[in-house]
Design a protein around this ligand. Structure first.
Ligand SMILES: *[C@@H]1O[C@H](CO)[C@@H](O)[C@H](O)[C@H]1NC(C)=O
Ligand SMILES: *[C@@H]1O[C@H](CO)[C@@H](O)[C@H](O)[C@H]1NC(C)=O
Ligand SMILES: *[C@@H]1O[C@H](CO)[C@@H](O)[C@H](O)[C@H]1NC(C)=O
Ligand SMILES: *[C@@H]1O[C@H](CO)[C@@H](O)[C@H](O)[C@H]1NC(C)=O
Ligand SMILES: *[C@@H]1O[C@H](CO)[C@@H](O)[C@H](O)[C@H]1NC(C)=O
Ligand SMILES: *[C@@H]1O[C@H](CO)[C@@H](O)[C@H](O)[C@H]1NC(C)=O
Ligand SMILES: [Cu+2]
Length: 569
């Protein structure tokens, strides 16, 4: 009698322990983000910038696949704010996505909002950033997703991991730069510096004392988690003398390949392994512009950090350390190097690419111009104001409610669902485009997708003003990049070349300058999902659209009611 009871208890205990282990595997992480003005000194001057918790870059969030994040954002700054969790799929949590006037109204000064979401089947490097006007220039940080407890990386275990955030710096308030550009209609002032983990580095004035340094031992395998958080600029990235083995991008593993130089569009992340196998010494890590538009101004400066072997420090007397070696960087307009790099991406194993297609979209992406009467508000080229569009629609955000609220609550008059699936006018997209085609229309036009529909989108760059590389980011989803190329997309010719076996999975695709890219995904996440150019000046000009993904018939396939603290407009 006593024995059998003991056995039963033991059995219960074992069961309880198993359950405990299973459940404690997934954790909930609570954070408080205070958006606030913070004085920082860069490039010889002290300036107030907006930060999270006084940090630039902001705090790094570290979670495991399957964990839940609960982040209370308290806005103590003078600007409206929202936070977007870039690349998080937000399955079932569309109210936590963050873009202002798309999934929520902004958190106004003095108000707060708590973002609550779970990481599902994603591993790698993502990031978070403000998604309200140009606040993200200084409001961003890393979001690192480790594999579940007990699961290892599909590559050699690194000795060290280093997040590298590439940023863009103005010697003035970025919100003033935006305000000025919106007033004049001209291109916004280019930045004054790029930053690596918040510091511009040795090649700028008053910066060498604070240059970011990473100390390593000979033989170390270092996982660099590189994030392009720059506001408006694609960047080349390289480390002097060292090879970089790409193992992941946008929180998905990739088939490893080795390169000297990376290129990241704003919004993209790349994980690389670097082995400290060079003569102990000091090596520059460098980032500078990949600028593909012709006759457009850009910031041509170079940000640096230093990779320093610890033994180099020991063997050198203090103050006599050798000058770090500077790496070679491609020319600013080296599109061939970019293409050679990006076309090497593959998924590590066969993936489930949608084969049948229900929605076949063809979207032009590019700039445009609005004719205006000469004057202070008509400072774009030849009496125009800059604009940008997808399929000739320059996207306009609502201002009285968010699109998701308008959809969920059935508020009329906020948007229409007539975004065109194909360009309204066919033309030689990458050739010489007639002036009559340069001026887009403006509207809040959304595109409806049935739950579960299999979507293909051809993204086609245009030569209006200039051909240019556009990093197109899709919220709420990742997608497969099944093809890319130069010139005008020709379905008759290209379909046979689609990679339906092991294409890379991404959340941001750099549409080649003067070229096109084809992506596919399944619309399995109901909500209002922004797709836009991640160059914020282009987004400001309207290079965006929104997919309205309808509810499915099954359980957990409907948009849940909004959280009680969702900010009002
Ligand atoms: C933009 O650049 C112009 C010319 O250098 C300068 O006069 C102006 O103050 C700048 N605007 C801002 C907001 O920094
Ligand atoms: C950067 O551009 C400026 C003019 O805007 C030019 O004077 C300078 O030589 C350029 N620097 C490099 C490294 O190309
Ligand atoms: C890149 O720029 C250089 C010098 O500015 C120019 O000579 C060259 O033609 C450009 N190359 C391309 C591919 O645009
Ligand atoms: C502005 O006009 C000049 C002279 O006609 C022309 O060369 C240039 O391409 C025009 N630029 C734009 C952006 O319209
Ligand atoms: C865009 O729409 C405007 C207004 O209808 C028209 O003038 C222009 O030619 C169109 N451009 C393109 C590329 O479709
Ligand atoms: C901040 O958001 C509120 C609510 O949408 C809006 O009324 C206000 O104009 C916004 N302020 C700025 C400076 O955009
Ligand atoms: Cu763009």
């Amino acid at each position: 009698m006593k024995d059998s009871k003991f056995c039963l208890n033991l059995w219960c205990n074992v069961l309880f322990l198993i359950l405990l282990v299973t459940f404690t595997n997934a954790e909930t992480h609570y954070h408080e983000f205070v958006v606030q003005a913070t004085a920082v000194k860069r490039l010889c001057r002290t300036q107030n910038i907006i930060t999270v918790n006084g940090q630039y870059p902001g705090p790094t969030l570290e979670v495991r696949n399957g964990d839940t994040l609960v982040v209370k954002v308290i806005n103590s700054a003078q600007y409206n704010a929202t936070i977007h969790w870039h690349g998080i799929r937000q399955m079932g949590t569309p109210w936590a996505d963050g873009p202002e006037y798309v999934t929520q109204c902004p958190i106004q000064p003095g108000a707060a909002y708590t973002y609550h979401f779970t990481v599902k089947n994603q591993e790698g490097t993502l990031w978070w950033h403000a998604h309200s006007r140009w606040l993200r220039a200084t409001v961003f940080g890393a979001l690192i997703i480790y594999p579940k407890l007990g699961v290892s990386y599909p590559f050699p275990q690194p000795t060290t991991e280093i997040p590298i955030l590439l940023g863009e710096w103005w010697n003035s308030d970025p919100m003033d730069v935006l305000r000025q550009a919106l007033f004049t209609g001209a291109a916004p002032n280019v930045s004054d510096a790029y930053t690596i983990n918040g510091q511009p580095g040795d090649l700028y004035r008053c910066s060498n004392r604070d240059t970011t340094k990473f100390f390593v031992d000979s033989g170390d395998i270092i996982l660099l988690r590189i994030i392009n958080a720059a506001l408006n600029q694609q960047l080349f990235f390289t480390v002097a003398n060292h090879k970089l083995t790409v193992v992941g991008a946008d929180a998905a593993y990739t088939m490893p390949f080795t390169t000297r130089t990376l290129m990241l569009g704003p919004g993209q992340t790349t994980n690389v392994l670097l082995t400290a196998d060079q003569t102990p010494g000091r090596y520059y890590i460098a980032a500078r512009a990949y600028a593909s538009a012709r006759n457009a101004q850009f910031d041509n400066t170079t940000a640096t950090a230093i990779l320093e072997y610890k033994s180099a420090l020991c063997s050198a007397r203090k103050g006599f350390l050798s000058k770090p070696t500077l790496p070679q960087l491609p020319a600013y307009n080296d599109t061939a190097t970019v293409a050679a790099f990006t076309t090497q991406f593959r998924s590590p194993s066969n993936v489930k690419v949608p084969i049948e297609i229900d929605e076949d979209l063809f979207l032009t992406v590019g700039l445009g111009f609005v004719n205006c009467n000469p004057g202070p508000q008509c400072q774009g080229p030849n009496n125009t104001r800059f604009a940008a569009s997808m399929n000739n629609v320059s996207f306009v955000l609502p201002s009285t409610t968010s699109l998701l609220q308008a959809y969920y609550q059935g508020i009329p008059g906020v948007f229409t669902t007539d975004f065109p699936a194909v360009p309204p006018i066919k033309f030689d997209y990458t050739g010489s485009v007639s002036r009559a085609l340069w001026q887009p229309t403006f509207g809040t036009k959304l595109y409806r997708l049935k739950f579960g529909s299999r979507v293909q989108i051809v993204l086609q760059d245009t030569a209006i003003f200039s051909t240019e590389d556009h990093p197109i980011h899709l919220h709420g989803y990742h997608f497969y990049v099944i093809a890319q190329g130069f010139g005008n997309y020709d379905s008759g010719q290209e379909t046979a070349n689609f990679n339906l076996i092991d294409p890379p999975k991404r959340n941001t695709i750099d549409v080649p300058a003067g070229g096109w890219a084809v992506i596919r995904f399944v619309a399995d996440n109901p909500g209002a999902w922004l797709m836009h150019c991640h160059i914020d000046s282009h987004l400001t000009w309207g290079l965006a659209t929104v997919f309205l993904v309808e509810n499915g018939a099954g359980q957990l396939q409907s948009i849940e009611s909004p959280p009680a603290d969702l900010p009002p407009c």
